[in-house]
Ligand binder design. Structure first.
Ligand SMILES: [Zn+2]
Length: 415
């Protein structure tokens, strides 16, 4: 891996449409990148071009966007302990409790960021643990790797072992302190207010989360409507709320800067309000299959105009690969009887994710003026666009990305 910035790339390219869920295949493109790491031109290679193909056999795409995953679950990925609530108690909370140790957090942060880059992810919405020190470490590692991300300490003051619980004042102070040091860093890192979910937070905590987000214009991420038992206990915990979404709405946590993971068991009214408020659904089908949570009705969400991005949800998700998640999304769409085209899913995993996470002006297109974030993936030669996209998404034995490039620098693989 060279640390020298790339200035020219030649190869086959799948160019997403900026606003519609489709691609254009450019069989042989010449891409130029300026000294600031921005695309300066993207054009078909001239017939007499003597620049060699940068990654022979590859197809180039914008970097993948993972709208939802958990840094402190890196080491328990694939831990099978049943559905959501027992899985949290058995597999997740004991592991997350380890993140008060800086050196452990450092080691896992290196693994975590490496795993994202290996699979071509360049932008992510990440949950840290509830520990300020682990979150600081995560920001440091994201910064070192050049990754673009929204993240923050996870807020939780009930329903977990004491080592993970924080008072509202502590969570607020940790978030304010991260905002001072990291929010807006290098135009790539944002602090995200991260109440784990309503069952983990009392009303005072959710109120404070909404207030701090409003005060600083921060993004918010939480979980919504994943599992039937969770729904039952949540309704008992918030008896005054008209439905699950209303709990978050009541505290100012649902707007166009909100990322709500799962959204599987919503009512008609909740869908309509999500669309009206412009909130983003992070669709995490691989996780949903692993925990037996159900299938989010993706075609319906898109049809109602809800903004959707894809998430691995590591470590309930069993992979860091957005290609695998897109494949699971396809499977889930068939299960609910409303298939979504692979081309649409690949778009959600790239350009759609960038738009959903508020970075659509900076990344997600291979076009002049956008930051030069791209991924090179091995794919069979000579395919038309539809079979090419099928090959990218559904051949699960395929390896990691050949290269992942951020702002013109190769951050994984060779260049
Ligand atoms: Zn999650």
């Amino acid at each position: 891996m060279s640390d020298l910035p790339l200035r020219v790339v030649r190869g086959r390219l799948l160019q997403p449409h900026p606003t519609e869920p489709r691609f254009t295949l450019v069989p042989d493109a010449l891409v130029r990148i300026d000294a600031a790491g921005t695309f300066s031109s993207v054009e078909p290679a001239p017939p007499d071009c003597d620049i060699p193909e940068t990654w022979p056999g590859a197809v180039l795409l914008p970097g993948f966007v993972d709208a939802h995953l958990h840094f402190p679950q890196t080491e328990i990925l694939g831990s099978a302990s049943g559905p959501l609530l027992p899985w949290l108690q058995t597999s997740v909370f004991p592991e997350e409790s380890r993140f008060g140790d800086r050196s452990y957090a450092e080691r896992v942060a290196a693994t975590f960021c490496g795993a994202m880059l290996r699979q071509g992810t360049t932008l992510a919405g990440i949950y840290s643990s509830s520990h300020p020190i682990a979150t600081e470490v995560l920001f440091e590692e994201l910064d070192r790797r050049g990754l673009r991300a929204l993240t923050g300490v996870t807020w939780m003051n009930r329903g977990a072992p004491p080592a993970l619980l924080r008072g509202t004042g502590e969570a607020l102070a940790a978030t304010e302190s991260l905002v001072e040091r990291w929010d807006g860093r290098d135009g790539r890192l944002r602090v995200c207010v991260t109440p784990r979910f309503a069952l983990s937070c009392d009303a005072e905590m959710l109120r404070a989360a909404g207030e701090v987000a409003g005060r600083h214009g921060l993004w918010v991420q939480t979980h919504l409507s994943e599992n039937p038992d969770e729904l039952k206990f949540t309704a008992e915990a918030y008896p005054g709320a008209s439905d699950y979404l209303a709990i978050y709405e009541d505290f100012g946590l649902v707007n166009e800067r909100s990322i709500l993971a799962h959204c599987i068991h919503l009512s008609d009214g909740e869908w309509a309000r999500l669309a009206a408020r412009g909130a983003v659904v992070a669709h995490c089908p691989d996780s949903n299959f692993f925990l037996g949570s159900g299938c989010m009705p993706l075609a319906r969400a898109l049809g109602e105009g809800v903004r959707v991005a894809l998430g691995t949800d590591v470590g309930a998700g069993r992979t860091f690969s957005l290609r695998r998640v897109a494949a699971s999304a396809y499977d889930a769409s068939l299960v609910v009887g409303a298939p979504v085209a692979p081309e649409v899913l690949l778009w959600l995993a790239t350009r759609g994710g960038a738009l959903a996470l508020g970075a659509g002006d900076q990344v997600g297109c291979l076009a002049p003026g956008y930051e030069a974030d791209l991924v090179a993936i091995e794919a069979p030669d000579g395919l038309a666009m539809t079979p090419l996209i099928d090959a990218l998404l559904f051949r699960h034995d395929a390896g990691p990305a050949l290269a992942t490039v951020i702002r013109g620098r190769v951050r994984w693989g060779h260049g």
